[in-house]
Design a protein around this ligand. Structure first.
Ligand SMILES: [Zn+2]
Length: 439
């Protein structure tokens, strides 16, 4: 293995899940946090991480000196919608009327493949410009939207999990499939894209109300036929939604049980929100290996509820961090981490910077069974990483100057920084986003 490139910065990543509430003391980070200030990250010709060292690299190795910047593994957004950029920051609705008023009409436009391709390019470039190098993505019901997603990800070298959205009822004209057409499209997309490059296919059930029991059963059968497939959906986001699901599926013990009964809960299942679940649901999530993508800016913006992260932890199921754009208000997972802190504070809990950043990197990778590829700076992982300024203006510069100890420094950064602090995003050893500096 030949080292070709070296990047100098303050390196932060994780080797295990940090304990809830443990900030560490002074410059000592708690177990699981790996802090290597002013080190060199070494990359090899295949775009993987080759190692980390304090000493200057040997002659002949290309050097990128980002001294004084923070280097993190690329963020992993475990729940985001590629067609929803046009509905960001839409006023005045909660989940169900937000879907009817804004989202469904907007997604209808993606029946046109040119619209889908243009929107997907904008979306993927925006992920990179917000520090996200891997994502679990909902496109639209249209096969071409998934095609555009995978092709766009492949062109950028990004790790993407996605699939055409399944919805055969309770959606407007132009936004419904059928069990048969959906199965045909899924099988074809799986054959063409699942495991190709850095793309994986996810059976993508929008949510229980927009799929018939027959369509859910079809998705479950495809999951059972190939354990390497992912499953993504929404669950228990909002009270009215939970009530509607109970009316539509009176035989199911709970909303989560609708998915369980259809064979959709397994170690590669990613369920967004998971706010209004009971103890039995959380125990079932834990035994199934499925995990929850927590979407704090979305939950606050749509008034959906407060995610009980510590309860989830105690129940033994995983939690990753997600933007849920366009219900969420920022694609930047730093903004979402700051919102996640607020969501916990409103419940009398405190979310450390370590737990939040872990959930956006190594924690998400582990939950997706991709820890060997993404989420950390471990040798052998793909060189997906981001370079951030510690501060960008007089206020956060002053805040950093007076910070005592590592957690205070990183927590203040996480809370005050956003995509304007992002200097560069690398994917598979290549710079795919570089901030333009003012002339
Ligand atoms: Zn969503």
């Amino acid at each position: 293995m030949t080292v070709t490139t070296a990047i100098r910065a303050d390196l932060l990543d994780f080797t295990a899940a940090p304990a809830w509430g443990d900030t560490g003391k002074g410059s000592d980070a708690p177990s699981g946090v790996r802090w290597r200030p002013d080190h060199w990250l070494l990359l090899d010709a295949s775009g993987r991480i080759a190692g980390v060292q304090r000493e200057d690299p040997a002659p002949g190795i290309a050097r990128h000196d980002h001294r004084g910047r923070l280097l993190l593994p690329g963020f992993i957004d475990t729940h985001v919608h590629s067609p929803q950029v046009p509905v960001l920051a839409s006023y005045g609705t909660a989940l169900l009327d937000w879907l009817d008023t804004y989202t469904f009409p907007s997604e209808t436009a993606w029946a046109d493949e040119a619209v889908a391709q243009r929107g997907t390019a904008l979306f993927l470039d925006a992920l990179l410009a917000h520090g996200t190098t891997a994502a679990v993505v909902f496109p639209t019901v249209h096969k071409g939207s998934a095609e555009a997603l995978f092709a766009g990800a492949a062109a950028r070298g990004m790790r993407i999990i996605g699939g055409k959205v399944l919805m055969d009822r309770h959606a407007p004209d132009g936004l419904r499939d059928t069990v048969a057409s959906a199965e045909r499209d899924c099988v074809d997309l799986i054959q063409r894209w699942h495991g190709r490059g850095r793309c994986s296919y996810a059976l993508t059930v929008r949510f229980a109300p927009t799929s018939t029991p027959e369509q859910l059963a079809m998705a479950g059968a495809l999951c059972r036929a190939d354990a390497s497939l992912y499953l993504q959906t929404h669950v228990a986001e909002n009270h009215d939604e939970v009530r509607w699901v109970a009316e539509l599926f009176p035989q199911a013990r709970s909303y989560l049980a609708v998915y369980d009964d259809a064979g959709l809960l397994h170690p590669r299942s990613v369920l967004a929100h998971g706010i209004w679940l009971d103890a039995d649901d959380r125990a079932r999530l834990a035994t199934s290996g499925a995990h929850i993508a927590h979407c704090p800016t979305s939950n606050l913006f749509l008034g959906s509820g407060l995610y009980p992260w510590r309860t989830a932890l105690q129940a033994g199921h995983g939690t990753s961090l997600a933007s849920d754009v366009g219900g969420g208000t920022s694609m930047c997972l730093l903004r979402n981490a700051a919102a996640a802190y607020t969501v916990q504070a409103l419940q009398g809990e405190r979310l450390t910077a370590w737990c939040a950043l872990h959930a956006a990197t190594r924690g998400a990778a582990a939950a997706l069974q991709l820890g060997h590829e993404i989420g950390s700076l471990e040798p052998g992982c793909m060189a997906d990483f981001t370079l951030w300024d510690w501060s960008a203006g007089p206020l956060d510069t002053e805040r950093q100057r007076v910070a005592r100890g590592l957690h205070e420094q990183v927590f203040a950064w996480m809370t005050l920084a956003d995509e304007r602090h992002l200097a560069a995003t690398w994917v598979a050893g290549q710079a795919r986003y570089t901030r333009r500096t003012a002339a």
